[in-house]
Design a protein around this ligand. Structure first.
Ligand code: LLP
Length: 417
């Protein structure tokens, strides 16, 4: 088996290991559990999809910044997409070649820009002030800054407003009507090199033809900047491919589907294509493994209370996101409809709503699937529920890849004050 699946015995497995056996060994609930093979397969799906095109894949570190995971993606050939100076330093610590990284963001700080330029990262320009800050940082460190202009193409990704980024009223990118100013300004500054064009439409995208719409707009701009004498090298179409959170399996778009929508447009452009996937690289490679504390009924609602919470995994609370939930073992409790909630003191603390499950007993295992992207990375210590440990299965063996945060870690921040 590859990744998470139910075995013929009705138990839940990751790769070749029964999750209940892992729970018995780890005794550290809740915890994040990953399949290294699944991560490899996800990267390979992009590499295969891009065959025949000059390309590089930049893994969006914001989705998951676990160091062994970053190191693994780096070893497979991935570049890295970063949104802070800290992410850049973490990428370097994980072994990424920083000249194959891309620094994104609408509020990049002067010190972060100086670091990115020194490390040779590509930088996506987001606004007038951002370009001025990049020019000043390049002068301060006396090095050339390679920049891509982030176009806001006003293409609707048809996703939740919080993860939609390429609409005319979004805070990200530069609208077409302003582009000439940027070209003029880059031409004036010897330390600025126009390396290419970028756009990122949003996240959880399931209709890949919008990448074609955006690519067409970007290619129009490439033609314009070439006509003005620039020599761009990169066409960066961003990240955003969704994953099959509902686990329906039916014809969900793959990296190959995404690439094939733009392949004929970009094949003969003489540019290196960049993709910036986060979620589709790591999302389905992990589950949050929880332990049932008890069940209760209030009014017409049944609840399963588990030890994991919005502190460990906030996507359901924040975006009303659906992540599939299963018990780790078969059993004979009657099937009922439950809300799955944590111990945190607010009603927004839920992991899933109205899920049909067999009635579990205290101590049973319950997993929240597809928790590799934007789950651990967005975890907090609210209610002093400390950030969980992480494990992966690699070469058939369970291995801890991050220790759990402890109360001592918290108290240490106050020592000597
Ligand atoms: N490139 C840029 C410029 C981005 O802003 C993002 C994500 C990515 C690449 C990677 O996108 P992906 O392939 O992962 O969709 N916390 C939200 C998702 C926020 C995405 C932010 N930008 C969630 O949990 O759904």
């Amino acid at each position: 088996g590859l990744g998470f699946y139910t075995g013929e015995d009705g138990y839940l497995y990751v790769d070749n290991l029964r999750i209940d056996d892992i729970r018995a060994e780890v005794k550290n609930s809740p915890f994040y559990l990953y399949s290294q093979n699944r991560i490899t397969a996800n990267y390979q799906a992009y590499a295969d999809a891009l065959k025949g095109l000059d390309h590089f894949v930049g893994y969006a570190v914001k989705a998951n910044n676990n160091l062994p995971i970053m190191r693994h993606l780096q070893s497979l050939g991935s570049g890295a997409v970063l949104v802070s100076g800290n992410e850049l330093q973490a990428a370097e610590a994980a072994g990424f070649d920083t000249t194959r990284t891309i620094f994104n963001g609408n509020g990049k700080l002067p010190e972060e820009l100086r670091l990115a330029i020194l490390k040779g990262a590509l930088i996506n320009v987001d606004s007038e002030f951002d370009l001025e800050n990049i020019a000043a940082a390049a002068k301060a460190v006396d090095r050339t800054a390679r920049v891509l202009i982030r176009i806001n193409p006003d293409v609707d990704p048809q996703v939740h407003a919080y993860v939609s980024t390429g609409l005319a009223n979004s805070k990200f990118g530069i609208r077409n009507s302003h582009l000439q100013w940027f070209l003029n300004r880059i031409r004036e500054e010897p330390l600025l090199e126009l390396a290419g064009v970028h756009s990122h439409l949003g996240s959880t995208i399931t209709k890949v033809d919008i990448f074609r719409d955006a690519a067409q707009i970007m290619i129009g701009f490439i033609k314009q900047i070439r006509a003005e004498g620039f020599d761009p090298k990169y066409l960066n179409i961003g990240g955003g491919l969704g994953i099959d959170y509902y686990r329906r399996g039916d014809a969900f778009p793959s990296p190959a589907d995404l690439v094939d929508t733009v392949r004929d447009l970009v094949a003969d452009l003489g540019l290196t294509m960049i993709l910036e996937p986060g979620r589709s690289m790591i999302g389905n490679a992990s589950a949050l493994v929880n332990t049932v504390t008890g069940t209760k009924t209030n009014g017409n609602k049944n609840f399963i209370v588990v030890d994991g919470s919005m502190s460990a995994l906030i996507r359901p609370s924040l975006y009303d996101a659906y992540q599939h939930i299963e018990l780790t073992a078969p059993g004979d409790g009657p099937e009922q409809v439950f809300d799955i909630v944590g111990p945190v003191c607010e009603s927004a603390d839920f992991l899933g709503k109205e899920r049909a499950l067999r009635t579990p007993s205290a101590g049973d295992g319950l997993v929240v699937h597809d928790a590799g992207a934007y789950c651990m990375a967005m975890a907090s210590t609210y209610n002093l529920k400390m950030r969980p440990a992480e494990y992966w299965v690699a070469d058939g063996q369970l291995k801890q890849i991050r220790r759990g945060e402890t109360l001592e870690d918290h108290l240490r921040m106050f020592e000597g004050l």
